[in-house]
Design a protein around this ligand. Structure first.
Ligand code: NAD
Ligand code: IPM
Ligand code: MN
Length: 356
């Protein structure tokens, strides 16, 4: 069976890394029909809009979308609704990809690349489930207005109980396939919308009595994540808190350049993208770590394409390459560490292909 993939390289290191990732996919025994489309800055330049209609149509018609990253200083001065990031948000909403899975998994050879002591992160395997198509990212009203000559900026954090219920069900379900523990993160001591979040998550728990549920305020959760991250199994939270906590969790695994993600809708379609952005500070220099995007491709094989064996192969190949001491700059422990070979983007991807 041939799987239909839409590849969206995007901007900065997204576009730089993607050709290498496609070569990794090409080294597998999986039949893919690959189409490419523009999103973000490159789409603004080429089509005058960050999400061209043909990109959304192609995404909706595909089995899965593999995405690099969007954004960059070139487009930062544009009005909010014309920015590259708006294209990404429109794609997520257009596919109804509400369930964003961000696994923070420590590859054993990287224990010394984390900014935390190795014993705090050794064996780390947590999953952040972030609601992706609601909350303050999409809430109305929003804007900056002029009130009697002074500017006033405002956004709205809003969740319906249906939106909370469907993401809670995904999270409970995933916890059931892992270690059976779910932590819901909110700010229910201050924000009504997250009071409802806590109430609905607690109600859904009645259908999952075998899962151990607890609730944390987001400030405490952020602290616990860097104090003792291994206490967590699955964390579920809203769009904004999930964005922030997942970058923090990335650092536990050594680098933002290691963290993949899957954004799923109810039909099993998904957008697969690294958690990191377009990294304009390092783009075009062959130094970006391609592993987050390679691991995102592995998640795509596993979750949307049912190619579990190929996914296992890619993940084992990454493990083996790290085991061999091959490192991009972001995961080099200390300069000249014994047995470590520092490589660029292309050489890292080639090492993965070699290990396959
Ligand atoms: P970023 O994630 O692009 O970079 C943060 C830091 O991490 C930078 O120092 C960068 O060099 C480093 N980094 C990121 N990925 C790396 C990799 N693979 N290998 C090595 N180092 C890596 O975040 P930012 O700088 O805040 O944002 C840059 C642009 O990317 C902005 O326009 C932002 O909106 C956009 N962005 C896009 C996405 C996305 O497309 N999903 C995600 C986050 C940020
Ligand atoms: C992410 C990014 C995006 C987000 C931006 C680029 C819109 O930071 O995927 O984590 O905030 O969701
Ligand atoms: Mn983010």
């Amino acid at each position: 069976m041939t799987h239909r993939i839409l590849v969206i390289p995007g901007d900065g290191i997204g576009a730089e890394v993607m050709p290498h990732v496609l070569r990794v996919l090409g080294a597998l025994d999986v039949a893919l029909s690959i189409e490419e489309a523009d999103l973000g800055g490159v789409a603004i330049d080429g089509h005058g809009t960050p999400l061209p209609p043909q990109t959304l149509t192609a995404a909706q018609a595909s089995d899965a979308v593999l995405l690099g990253a969007v954004g960059g200083p070139r487009w930062d001065a544009l009005p909010m609704d014309q920015r590259p990031e708006k294209g990404l948000l429109g794609l997520r909403a257009g596919l109804d990809a509400f369930a964003n899975l961000r696994p923070a998994l420590l590859f054993a050879p990287l224990a010394d690349a984390s900014s935390l002591r190795p014993e705090l992160v050794a064996g780390l395997d947590i999953l952040i489930v972030r609601e992706l198509t609601g909350g303050i990212y999409f809430g109305e009203p929003r804007g900056v207005e002029n009130a009697s000559g002074r500017r006033r900026g405002f956004n709205t954090d809003v969740y319906t109980e249906d939106e909370i219920e469907r993401i809670a069900r995904v999270a409970f379900d995933l916890a059931g396939k892992r270690n059976g523990r779910l932590t819901s993160v909110d700010k229910a001591n201050v924000l009504e919308v997250t009071q409802l979040w806590r109430t609905v998550v607690t109600e859904v728990h009645a259908d999952f009595p075998h899962i151990e549920l607890d609730h944390l305020y987001v400030d405490n959760a952020a602290m616990q994540l860097v104090r003792a991250p291994k206490q967590f199994d699955v964390m579920v939270t809203g769009n904004l808190f999930g964005d922030i906590l997942s970058d923090a969790a990335a650092m536990l695994t050594g680098s933002l350049g290691m963290l993949p993600s899957a954004s799923l809708n109810a039909r099993g379609q998904g957008i697969y993208e690294p958690v990191h952005g377009s990294a304009p500070d390092i783009a075009g220099r062959d130094v970006a770590n391609p592993l987050a995007t390679i691991l995102s491709a592995a998640m795509m094989l596993r979750y949307s394409l049912g190619e579990v064996e190929a996914a296992d192969r890619v993940e084992s190949a990454v493990d083996r390459v790290l085991e061999e001491g091959i490192r991009t700059a972001d995961i080099v422990p200390v300069e000249d560490a014994d047995g470590v070979r520092k490589v660029g983007t292309q050489a890292m991807a080639e090492a993965v292909i070699g290990a396959l």
